[in-house]
Design a protein around this ligand. Structure first.
Ligand code: ADP
Ligand code: MG
Length: 323
């Protein structure tokens, strides 16, 4: 794939079936698709930059491709939408091998298949020395059914899917020199490394939550619980009380990693108290995913953390790219 068009042809050949609503994908100046009646479009984009978001020295190419799409799918999940299409822009340094690119794409297409999302375009460029990936994801929601950050109400219960702190713990292990390929990894270390290197978008859970109209607000945990809960509180003009004893910590993760670590890509959502029993019923559908109540929304505008030593303000200490 020495030439740009060889790369685009390669991409095109990876795409097997064309969704009914897609009129034209890769190959023209723009893609064309139809949105079914009664649906609204969702669109979101994410930038992944070598040495800012990932390091090639410890990132397997296929997992990088998987995660690049996963974090975009996670944004559609957080809106309670259905993911449909994505665009991929890539700036490739000359030093990056064909093999790496092919593995990256294979990880990406593996996840694309799983959630039936189609690559419909993008842009391709060289880069002076770092790899840049930018994905744009398109999804759909029934009219006025998308779940925003702004709908939480005092008295709503706060829930989180999965475990927290795994991705931060995994990053710490990578920085200490641990690698997925190490023979001596413990099971816990391996799963923490995977929590960092490979995210799993919670689209199925989100779609059940929306279908049953159980939630008032939702966000995915990308920066860290403290910050992402802060976004819900700010947009909804509410406060929250989180009970640290209830937080579902990833094995071996510390409390600060669970609160501020980020990149867990779990869903944080709010449920009116009278619907809490329906969350119990929903758990049956997700035997491999914990769904944990961690606190409650309040009318004062502060976030609080209850711990053994009492109740303290929970400051937003998640990741800040300009910080
Ligand atoms: P233009 O010059 O009009 O931007 P390009 O030559 O960049 O067109 O792209 C040709 C076609 O290939 C377009 O349909 C574009 O969406 C697609 N394409 C280019 N790069 C990528 C990529 N990295 N991933 C997916 N599709 C791509
Ligand atoms: Mg172009």
């Amino acid at each position: 794939m020495k030439k740009e068009f060889e790369f685009i042809d390669y991409l095109r050949n990876q795409i097997s079936d064309k969704p009914a609503d897609l009129i034209a994908g890769i190959g023209d100046d723009a893609a064309i698709f139809t949105t079914p009646k009664n649906y609204q479009n969702l669109i979101s984009t994410d930038l992944l930059i070598e040495d800012i978001h990932f390091k090639l020295e410890y990132t397997p190419a296929n997992l990088l491709g998987y995660k690049a799409l996963a974090v975009n799918l996670s944004d559609i999940a957080a809106m309670g939408g259905e993911a449909k299409y994505f665009l991929l822009s890539i700036a490739r340094p000359k030093t990056l091998s064909d093999e790496f690119l092919i593995d990256l794409l294979s990880g990406m297409f593996e996840l694309a298949k799983k959630y039936k999302v189609s690559l419909i375009g993008g842009d391709t460029s060289g880069s002076v020395n770092k790899l840049f990936l930018n994905l744009t994801i398109l999804g759909e929601s029934l009219v006025n059914q998308a779940v925003m950050r702004s709908g939480a109400k005092p008295g709503d219960e706060i829930y989180i899917s999965g475990k927290l702190g795994g991705a931060a713990l995994g990053l710490e292990l990578l920085q200490k020199g641990k690698r997925l390929t190490d023979k001596s990894l413990t099971e816990i270390e391996k799963s923490a490394l995977l929590a960092q290197l490979k995210a799993e978008p919670r689209l199925d859970l989100a779609s059940q939550l929306v279908k049953n109209q159980l939630i008032t607000a939702m966000i995915d945990i990308s920066d860290g619980l403290s910050s992402d809960l802060g976004h819900i509180c700010k947009e909804s003009r509410v406060g929250a009380i989180i009970d640290s004893a209830l937080l579902p910590l990833f094995d071996s993760a510390r409390m600060d990693q669970a609160l501020n670590g980020g990149e867990d890509y779990e869903l944080l959502f709010t449920v009116p108290a009278e619907k809490a029993s329906q969350i119990k019923e929903l758990r049956v559908l997700f035997p491999n995913l914990t769904i944990t109540k961690i606190g409650v929304i309040t009318s004062d505008l502060t976030k609080w953390l209850i711990a053994q030593n009492g109740q303290t303000p929970l400051e937003s200490r998640g990741y800040d790219h300009f910080g």
